[in-house]
Unconditional design. Structure first.
Length: 169
C-alpha cells in the first residue's frame, strides 16, 4: 500500500500548493508589499490580488521552471495557512492547559489569564519551525514532476481581481 501523500489527487494538490507558493514568492519579490493570497486544489490554484494576467502567466511559468531546476524551497512560504493553523492549534491547546483546573468562577479564570497568555505566546514561538516542517513534508511539494500549466484565467471574486491557474500532469 502506498503512502497517502503519493495518491494522485493528494500529490497534485501538494504540487499545486508548492507552485502557488513559488509564484507568490516571485511576485512578491517583483513588487514587495503587494497583498496576495492563494488556494490550491487538484486542478490548479486560485491567486487573489492585483496582478496582470500576462505577468501572472509569465511568473507561474518561471516558478515552475525554477522548481524543476532544483529550487524546491520556493514551495515553502511564511504566510501559508499551514503555519497559521499549526500555531493556532498549539496556542489554543496551551491556553486550554493554562485554564485546566481553574474552576468555574470568573475570578479563578481571570487569575489564570496571565498564565494562558504566556503559554499561548510560547506555543506561537515554539511551533513556527513545526509549521514550516509540515509544509515541507506534508502540505506542499517542491518537486513539480510532470506538472504543466494549462491556462491562466482572470475573473473577479467579490469585486476583487482573481486568477485561476489550471494545471495538469
Amino acid at each position: 500500500m502506498k503512502p497517502i501523500l503519493e495518491y494522485p489527487t493528494i500529490s497534485r494538490i501538494r504540487r499545486n500548493h508548492g507552485l502557488e507558493h513559488a509564484t507568490i514568492h516571485l511576485l512578491s519579490k517583483a513588487k514587495p508589499g503587494r497583498p496576495l493570497a492563494g488556494h490550491s486544489d487538484a486542478g490548479g490554484f486560485w491567486l487573489l490580488g492585483e496582478v496582470g494576467t500576462q505577468e501572472l502567466t509569465e511568473t507561474v511559468q518561471q516558478a515552475l521552471e525554477r522548481m524543476r531546476s532544483g529550487e524546491s524551497e520556493l514551495a515553502v512560504h511564511p504566510n501559508c495557512g499551514t503555519n497559521f493553523a499549526t500555531s493556532g492549534v498549539f496556542a489554543g491547546l496551551a491556553a486550554f492547559l493554562a485554564f485546566a483546573g481553574s474552576g468555574s468562577k470568573l475570578r479563578d479564570k481571570l487569575e489564570r489569564l496571565p498564565l494562558a497568555m504566556v503559554f499561548s505566546t510560547l506555543a506561537l514561538i515554539l511551533t513556527q519551525p513545526l509549521g514550516f516542517k509540515l509544509q515541507r513534508e506534508i502540505t506542499t511539494s517542491g518537486e513539480p514532476g510532470n506538472l504543466r500549466i494549462l491556462r491562466v484565467t482572470r475573473t473577479f471574486l467579490n469585486g476583487r481581481t482573481a486568477h485561476r491557474v489550471e494545471t495538469a500532469d
